[in-house]
Design a protein around this ligand. Structure first.
Ligand SMILES: [Zn+2]
Length: 127
């Protein structure tokens, strides 16, 4: 992903993106501008209509992991194996501009029944 050289309109939220303030992607030959790498990662055609088929993806939080490729992959794998967590399609490793580390993004959701358990515990703690 590169920064945008020209002013554009974010393909995710339709806000105006000033030059060098956003990122561009060109995965399928079409250049798209986004405000943030997170938005761009969430709109990759390579991570397609998962949201249409998997209801958990709709409410998923977008998680960003920063580190060496090995660290990022290990953390993502830990998220995949964690009980009560559901992970979607993660992004490819994305190089950072500032240093040698990479970032990767992916959707993570907490299982509904585990969320209910968390909520119950919170309510009991308040009483
Ligand atoms: Zn945006």
């Amino acid at each position: 992903m590169r920064t945008n050289r020209f002013r554009g309109v974010c393909a995710a939220c339709s806000r105006t993106v000033e030059p060098e303030q956003g990122v561009i992607t060109r995965p399928d030959g079409t250049t798209r501008v986004f405000c943030t790498p997170e938005e761009a990662a969430a709109h990759q055609p390579s991570a397609p209509a998962a949201a249409d088929t998997d209801p958990y993806e709709l409410s998923a939080a977008q998680v960003r992991i920063t580190g060496t490729p090995a660290q990022c992959h290990a953390v993502w794998q830990a998220l995949q194996l964690a009980p009560h967590l559901l992970t979607g399609q993660r992004s490819a490793d994305r190089p950072r501009r500032d240093d040698d580390r990479v970032m990767l993004y992916g959707p993570v959701t907490i299982e509904a029944r585990h969320l209910e358990a968390i909520e119950r515990e919170r309510q009991e703690a308040e009483q």
